[in-house]
Design a protein around this ligand. Sequence first.
Ligand SMILES: Nc1ncnc2c1ncn2[C@@H]1O[C@H](COP(=O)(O)OP(=O)(O)OP(=O)(O)O)[C@@H](O)[C@H]1O
Ligand SMILES: [Mg+2]
Length: 535
Amino acid sequence: MKSEIVSFGDIALSKKIVNALSDMGFEEPSPIQAKTIPLVLEGDDVLGQAQTGTGKTAAFGIPTIEKIDETDRHIQALVIAPTRELAIQVAEELNKIGKYKRIKTLPIYGGQMIERQIRALKNGIKIIVGTPGRLLDHINRKTINLSYVRTLILDEADEMLDMGFIDDIKTIMSNIPNENRQTLLFSATMPASIEKLAQGYMNKPKKILISREHLTVPLIDQIYYETREKFDGLCRVLDVEGTGKFIIFCRTKKNVDDILASLEARGYMAGGLHGDMNQAQRQRVMKKFRDGKLDILIATDVAARGIDIDDITHVINYDIPQDHESYVHRIGRTGRAGRSGIAITFIEPREYRQLRLIEKLIKHKMIRGQLPTSADVLELQKESIKEKLVKVLQANNYSDYHMIISDLVSEQYDSLDIAAAAVKLSVEGLKDRDQDGTDEGGNIERKFDNSGGAPGMVRLFINIGRNQKIRPEDIVRFIATEADIPGNIIGVINIYDKFTFVEVPRNVAERVISVMHRNTLKGYKINVEPAKNRN
Ligand SMILES: Nc1ncnc2c1ncn2[C@@H]1O[C@H](COP(=O)(O)OP(=O)(O)OP(=O)(O)O)[C@@H](O)[C@H]1O
Ligand SMILES: [Mg+2]
């Protein structure tokens, strides 16, 4: 992190703060810190934009703490952050910076007992880092006094001023005295419209923009894979990338839960994070992930902004992000503070437009990757499988399984074949999809399961999603018109809450699937795939 200012000692900072920074391992200021700290100390309003992982927290934290009056017992600075995890993390960093000056920072966030926070607030807290909802809660209960706040900081400012939060922010601001208020806005992204809005809340702001050219960090390799079999692709990527710390982003909470369950079923150690989990669960998962007890975190965009875990090696966009800002922040969870990282984005064929748009807006082209084949994965795993087998053989406690093998041998199976099949089973599990080992274009006859179905018909699994008021007749009509087949040849087998099974003649099955891939019913994406073998 080089800049024209050589050390923190060159900035007018008190010894206590310089010592705290040195304890934190900060030897020299990062560019955003070098540029903004002097301005903030001068009392200027600052709008700071710098790439992910380049030290924006300390850029506002250091001068804010420097300016706190230790003898004044009131809350003097307020940081607002979009998520609980970020509020906790920012408060921790500020507490480290304020260690020797004995400036206490308290995180205030939803999901934590409010009484506990009220008690803590009485403890000479000088800085609050809060999420908007909980701050409003305290304001309404009159358990927080913001009338002595002189510095207001919006971390992830563009997010905080966006539709979801803007009204809350306005209300919170109305509780802070306007005269002499210093306002600091920080983010790695700043859409022009939001910046214009921001100017309205600031007083002659100084705009600091680090690396105008690139929104994303150059040390992050950006790769994409195109596949219709994202989950299978994900597993292969996880297998070949081997050791590392992975964060996997999904579009919805349900996707997070589903991918987590599927990964766990395949023996991966993973945790999930999304807004429907309770606070204790959220904190437990984050701690395990930070401490390295979990290698894989699957999350919604709740973890996209600001989260700083220095050893995340890979960010995987299991679902392509909605906009380029989300992409920038998500992939910025790796490649922090001068480290390198890998960002992988999965797309389905119909998502190319979205991918190209993101590339255009971040002014960076992603590299198209070839998904590893199962043979690649096996090749990489060969040695470790052999080692594990040797361990099992040496432990010599598998006699319970002898009977199965002797039965098979007596049925004329070759013992080498049986052993190979057993290894395959233990490595791959009883995978019911992708039986033929290919990604796409596999033999359709083998992909469809017809067990229990009428002759000549194949069964399709249709995911209709949650809370969607779609009836069986809607589905039948939809399939019939879209795939251009008579409605009366479609049989509805079962309707469940979220999915259904139908039967169609074998010769139209593939057409139904591909047509449905491209269309929506009542605005909903209806996912159709061959029913799995459920014997
Ligand atoms: N001057 C410094 N020297 C060394 N490390 C630093 C310095 N400043 C910050 N760091 C470290 O760099 C990491 C990233 O900092 P930080 O989380 O503030 O980044 P950010 O710019 O806010 O990123 P994001 O946009 O993702 O929120 C942290 O682990 C922080 O401790
Ligand atoms: Mg940050």
